[in-house]
Each structure stands twice: as C-alpha cells, then as structure tokens.
Design a protein around this ligand. Structure first.
Ligand code: PLP
Length: 392
C-alpha cells in the first residue's frame, strides 16, 4: 500500500490528470483534429533560434568534462550570467553568489521551502493558485494558506493582512499568474512590501517574500512586471526557462536571493545543501550551458498574444465573463454553474478545459494558450455554439 498522504494527494491533484486522460480517450475515439484540448500547459512554441545555436556551440567546443558534477550551486560562469539577467530585470545588482541553478522553478521553490520552513509554519499565497504550491509546501512540513484575491485577481491586501499570523514564514506570489494571467502592479508590490515589513516587526521575525517568476518574460501589450527586489530585501525569486525558452523538459531555472536578505550566508548555504539532498544534486549540466548562452533570448510572445486574443474573442462571443490576461499562458473565465459540470458538458462537445477548483476557485475554468492559431480558428464556431447550448 502507498502512503495515505500520497493517496490523498492523488485524489486532490486529479483534475488536470483526469482531463489529460479524458483528452487521450476522446482523441482516440473521435480523431485528434476533432477535439479542442485547452487543458495543456506544455509550451508548444519552438525555442528561439539562439537555443539551437547554443547547442551547436556546445558540440563545437565539446569536452568530455562537460558532463561531470559541478558545485551543487551550478557552474560559476552560468550563475554569473543569471546574476546579470536578474540585475537588469530587478534593477538591483547581484553577484554570482546570489544565484543557485536549479531544476526549474519547481526545484527552486522546493529548496526555498526546505531551507526556510520549520514544521507548522505557514506559506500564504493568493488564490487562485498553481496547484503544486499545496504539495511543495507540505513536502517541507509547511501549512499552505491560500488567500482570496479581488474578482479581477488583483492582490487583496486586506485579506492578506488578516491572514498573516506569527506562524507565517513565507508569502508566495506568482506574476504573471497561472491560472489568471494577472500581473501585480508596482503599487500592489509596494503595499505588500510595506505590509510584510510591518508584520515582520510585529512578530519579531522576517516574513520572506518569494516571487515565482516562470512567466516574467511572457507579457502582452507592453505590460511591465515590476521588480520585487527593489521593494523588499527579504525576498527570493524562483525563476525558470521552461516557458520563456520553451525548454520545459530540460529542467532549468534558478533561485536568486536578494543581495541584502537577512541571514544571507546561512540561507545560501541552506539552499545549496537542499539542492543536493532533495535528490536533484545539481541542475542539469548541459541545460545550464544553454541557459547561459540564451539568458536574454525568448520565444515569440506575439504568438501567445494572438492566441490569447482569439480565445478572448471566443469567450466574448460565447457570453462568458473573463479578465483579459496581461501575460502567461492561461485565462481563467467565470462560468455560471458548477465548474466540474461545465467542463463535463464541454467535453460532450469535444472541448476540454480544467475545472477552476483545481486551482482553488470553483465557478471558473482554466484554458491554455498552448494550442496553435489554426486549431483555435477551426474550432471557434463550435466552441461558441457549445457554450451557448450549455448556458441555455
Ligand atoms: N510555477 C508556476 C506558476 C508554473 O506554472 C510552473 C509550471 O507550469 C512552475 C512553477 C514550474 O515550472 P518549472 O518547469 O520551471 O519547474
């Protein structure tokens, strides 16, 4: 028998998996091109050309030593390049010592939580949220505490204020957000930083702000993602190249630690040790080299933006309420009935979506932009008709 906790997790995390399995079945029965599958968050755009060039350079300069273990924190020259990137993006100067290469943002979040959390300490995050936050927190004996946002998914600072207690160790934000596409404004970040400084004083220990940023460079309509480091020193960034370089399978990202974070030396030592003992040992060697070569490249975000626009048109014509995403890979429209029922009804029309409760909020559904424009255009009419039929 497997552990009771994992049995419970299998049940709790089942929505995306269920829809994925349903999708395979439907495609088998009706044919791949008959099904509109809007469930997947697997970046489908080709990586930017710099990735192939970097691979070629790796082969041209190849040495057998490329595959060896390196320091658990990653290659110093790669960390140096990441420090440059973060310094520019955040407007705060970092050195290579402030960066630790990880197996994606997932690896980054897990080493942060493992390093910072004592059993029973709380991790607060705005809801709706990326479902793995529940598991990552509990992996390290923390207590996940989702806190609601406003209807447009902006930060509800009053709710955050009310929910921070002496047990709160981390506030975790994700902007641009999965599943909502919302970007928190500089004013929101400043107010959050002020709140966290006040609460840290009241409770006599730092409350760390962790910013999960896999979508930082997937932004539409020239929106800006404000700096976290400029406003709050006790902060850490979990970064990923899964989306901006379409390298999700290569498992590459990093943790960037604010250069003035309290107990910096201990935190860095802890993060590096956790990178080793959680089973990653280090970020993949070749992917680190790729990241260093392509640190400032990104996929063609215009393509995701056009898909977002098409999906927004479809939703508008169908009469569903939504907040237009400013970035990221998803949209989170409201549905006027139980979200699971709505997704089941959509499925009868060969359309697949994920129920919002998979992200902590019912009466919404999540749709992905990882479907090409041609497919979206081909299914537009049937999507609109299906939703209208369901809403009748
Ligand atoms: N955080 C969020 C909000 C995500 O959406 C994802 C992946 O979808 C991750 C973290 C994990 O990304 P990575 O592939 O870098 O581990």
């Amino acid at each position: 028998m497997i552990s009771l906790q994992i049995k419970d997790y299998l049940e709790r995390s089942s929505w995306i998996r269920k829809m994925f399995e349903e999708g395979i079945k439907l495609k088998k029965t009706h044919g791949e091109d008959q099904v509109l599958d809007l469930t997947l968050g697997n970046p489908d755009l080709p990586p930017p050309p710099q990735v192939k060039e970097a691979l070629q350079k790796i082969i041209e300069t190849y040495e057998p030593s490329f595959h060896r273990y390196m320091p658990n924190s990653g290659f110093p020259f790669v960390r140096e390049m990441m420090a440059k990137k973060v310094s520019i993006e955040q407007g705060v100067m970092l050195t290579y010592e402030d960066v630790i290469m990880t197996c994606g943002a997932a690896g980054a979040l897990n080493i942060i939580f493992k390093t910072l959390l004592n059993p029973g300490e709380e991790v607060i995050f705005p809801s709706p949220f990326f479902v793995e936050y529940l598991f990552y927190t509990e992996n390290h004996q923390g207590i996940p505490k989702p806190v609601s946002t406003y209807p447009d998914f902006s930060l509800n600072l009053e709710a955050l204020d009310q929910n921070i207690t002496e047990k709160t160790k981390i506030v975790l934000i994700n902007s641009p957000n999965n599943p909502t596409g919302q970007i928190y404004t500089e004013e929101e970040i400043k107010s959050l930083a002020k709140l966290l400084s006040e609460k840290s004083k009241i409770f006599g220990h730092p409350i760390y702000l962790v910013s999960d940023e896999p979508y930082r460079n997937l932004v539409f309509d020239n929106h800006q993602v404000p700096s976290i480091f400029k406003h709050y020193p006790n902060s850490l960034i979990a970064y990923s190249f899964s989306k901006e370089l379409s390298l999700a399978g290569e498992r590459i990202g990093f943790v960037a630690v604010h250069p003035e974070i309290q107990s910096k030396k201990l935190i860095l030592e802890g993060l590096i040790l956790c990178n080793r003992i959680l089973g990653f040992v280090n970020a993949p060697a070749l992917a680190q080299r790729l990241a260093a070569e392509c640190a400032f490249a990104k996929v063609e975000t215009n393509i995701y933006q056009r898909r977002r626009d098409l999906i927004c048109e479809m939703l508008q014509e169908a009469g569903l309420e939504f907040v237009k995403p400013k970035g990221g890979l998803f949209i989170f429209p409201k549905v006027p009935m139980d979200d699971v029922t709505f997704c089941q009804k959509l499925k009868e029309h060969l359309i697949l979506a994920v129920p919002g409760r998979g992200f902590g909020v019912s009466n919404h559904i999540r749709l992905s932009f990882c479907v090409d424009e041609e497919t979206l255009k081909r299914h537009k009419k049937s999507f609109v008709e299906a939703v209208k039929t369901i809403l009748k």
